[in-house]
Design a protein. Structure first.
Lengths: 101, 164
């Protein structure tokens, strides 16, 4: 039984939208960061689905690079979160408003 | 078989993503994100990306999520406070997200016939194929990412270090 590629793409679009939604409604800085990871994963699924459609390896190479950059981004992001927590003693984004006008 | 696996792990993905949004404690969100990432690895395997499926488990649900869980435990992150949040996010963000989803889903749905079907074993990119493209055509980007990772390591050490 074959599965249409479009179903994978719609699943990917749903996951991406849920990630954007979480980015907007979450108030904990770590949860917001996890929503960003969810969005990256959704895009990776779309890349793999397209690679399957075109029978090209290049789409999977893109996913490989996204993974590498996401790993680097997660390390730096979590280090920033630790630094923010040290200076402001909170993880609530509503209270991290030093640069707000 | 393919359809059954797609439905099971696709639903696990969606359930994990929805649970990530519903949970108020970050550690529960992190655990549901691990469910999402591991089910995505199965979907990659169904689409013929065997190397990426393993890399997904090792890098994402292994390394990155362990880092997240460590930071959550290190900072002793408690439950999220119920706050009003930003009005702009609710007024413009939620309709925007719905519009984005509607556009993407309707585009993919109308083009579903031209995308065709994915069959088990219809396309299999082995690690050898991947390595051939990566180390022949894309060697320079590959080397550049090693510098990126080095910079990220240094940046993480500098940012997280205790200041005296």
């Amino acid at each position: 039984m074959a599965v249409p590629i479009a179903w994978y793409l719609i699943l990917s679009a749903t996951l991406f939208s849920l990630g954007v939604f979480g980015f907007l409604i979450k108030r904990n800085i770590i949860s917001i960061f996890m929503s960003i990871e969810l969005m990256l994963n959704a895009v990776n699924l779309a890349f793999v689905a397209f690679a399957n459609h075109w029978h090209q390896v290049t789409g999977q190479i893109f996913v490989f690079f996204v993974m590498v950059v996401a790993a680097a981004e997660a390390t730096v992001g979590l280090a920033i979160i630790i630094a923010v927590f040290r200076s402001r003693n909170t993880l609530d984004v509503d209270q991290i408003d030093l640069m707000k006008l | 078989m393919h359809l059954a696996l797609f439905i099971i792990f696709g639903l696990l993905c969606l359930g994990g993503a929805v649970n990530l949004l519903l949970q108020r404690h970050p550690i529960n969100s992190a655990l549901s994100l691990i469910v999402v990432m591991s089910s995505l690895a199965v979907l990659y395997l169904l689409l013929g990306a065997e190397f990426l499926a393993l890399a997904q488990i090792i890098v994402y649900s292994g390394a990155i999520m362990v880092l997240f869980v460590f930071v959550i435990m290190l900072l002793n992150a408690g439950e999220e406070k119920q706050t009003q949040g930003s009005q702009a996010a609710y007024m413009a963000g939620i309709p925007g997200v719905l519009a984005l989803f509607a556009v993407l889903a309707s585009t993919f749905f109308t083009l579903r016939t031209s995308f065709g079907d994915a069959r088990l074993g219809g396309f299999l990119a082995t690690t050898e194929d991947l390595g051939r493209v990566l180390f022949r055509n894309l060697l320079l980007p590959f080397e550049v990412t090693s510098i990126l990772i080095l910079v990220a390591i240094l940046g993480a050490v500098v940012l997280a270090r205790k200041e005296h």
